[in-house]
Write a protein that binds this ligand. Structure first.
Ligand code: NAD
Length: 286
């Protein structure tokens, strides 16, 4: 059966490395990085996510600069807050928690975040940098997947990688990051004709479709690495997009849900915030 990738352990390792980096930055006369999470409204799931991001930020020695706006805030006030954070030298990174309430134009709000403070890596500017293969802040979930693959010694150069999903948040940047590492990349999506056949060609299969149990053993080449990004809350707790028990019989390496990709997202957010602070401080912006 497959080797299991322990995402909690890797995430912990990354978080310790970030904490060390923060301490070094401060010891060298710099300022502790500040993370401004911005929550609009009172969606309970978003509150939970933001709380864990803030805790992780403090645990890494960073400054929690959280801001909360009421759910009925007008667009121009939300935009003004982002402009204020953009101009504030104590703010290294800005994270606008999505989704925002329906009356707001989230796209327009994201454009207020300067690329060098966009620690979620989701602005058009950073997406463009990634598309052009230039340095920039990368989206947290797909860069967490790359980190898991790297730390488990999964070779990417020349390997055939198949990504299921083409969202702006996960699938598309995932494919681009794998391409950047010289994998041969196939992107599958809801209109893909024979999904199982495409997936069986994969040395590395990354599943981010948001469909419970979408990928079975018939879609996996023996010995392949299978990364399950999906998260579904069911009566038996969290499950992913992969039929774990069946696929673990065939795959060489696999991530569980929970405890796989999930914990990496926050770890990479911290890593991005440290990177942002380093760049800003080395270019004398603060
Ligand atoms: P999304 O709904 O925006 O995108 C899903 C993608 O899957 C689409 O591009 C679609 O074309 C494709 N797809 C849908 N049905 C398909 C099918 N039957 N066959 C092939 N492709 C199909 O979702 P998302 O934001 O990319 O998230 C995907 C999953 O990852 C969700 O379960 C989400 O909860 C999870 N997620 C996890 C983390 C994490 O931290 N681990 C972060 C973000 C998202």
């Amino acid at each position: 059966t497959a080797e299991i990738i322990d995402g909690r352990a890797v995430a912990q390792q990354v978080r310790e490395e970030v904490a060390k980096g923060v301490a070094e930055l401060v010891a060298a006369g710099g300022t502790a990085p500040g993370l401004a999470t911005v929550l609009i409204g009172d969606d309970p799931a978003s509150e939970v996510y933001v709380r864990s991001k803030r805790r992780a930020c403090v645990a890494a020695g960073m400054v929690d600069l959280h801001r909360h706006l009421p759910g009925d805030v007008p667009q121009h006030e939300a935009a003004a807050l982002l402009d204020e954070l953009a101009a504030d030298p104590a703010v290294s990174g800005i994270l606008l928690q999505l989704p925002t309430p329906g009356h707001l134009d989230a796209e327009a709000l994201l454009t207020r975040i300067p690329a060098e403070k966009d620690v979620d890596g989701l602005t058009t500017a950073n997406a463009g940098l990634l598309a052009q293969g230039r340095p920039g802040l990368r989206p947290c979930t797909p860069s967490g997947v790359i980190e898991l693959l790297d730390r488990h010694g999964v070779p990417l150069s020349g390997a055939h990688a198949v990504v299921i999903g083409r969202s702006v948040l996960v699938g598309k940047p995932m494919a681009q990051l794998l391409l950047e590492r010289n994998a041969t990349v196939t992107i599958c999506h809801s209109r893909t004709r024979d999904l199982a056949a495409e997936c069986r060609r994969a040395d590395v299969l990354v599943v981010a479709a948001g469909i419970p149990s979408l990928v079975g053993a018939d879609a996996v080449k023996p010995g392949a690495t299978v990364i399950d990004v999906g998260i579904h809350r069911g009566e038996h707790g969290l499950t992913g997009d992969v039929q774990y028990d069946a696929v673990a019989e065939v795959a060489g390496t696999i991530t569980p849900v929970p405890g796989g990709v999930g914990p990496m997202t926050i770890a990479m957010l911290l890593a991005n915030t440290l990177t942002a602070a380093r760049v800003q401080q080395s270019t004398g912006r603060r």
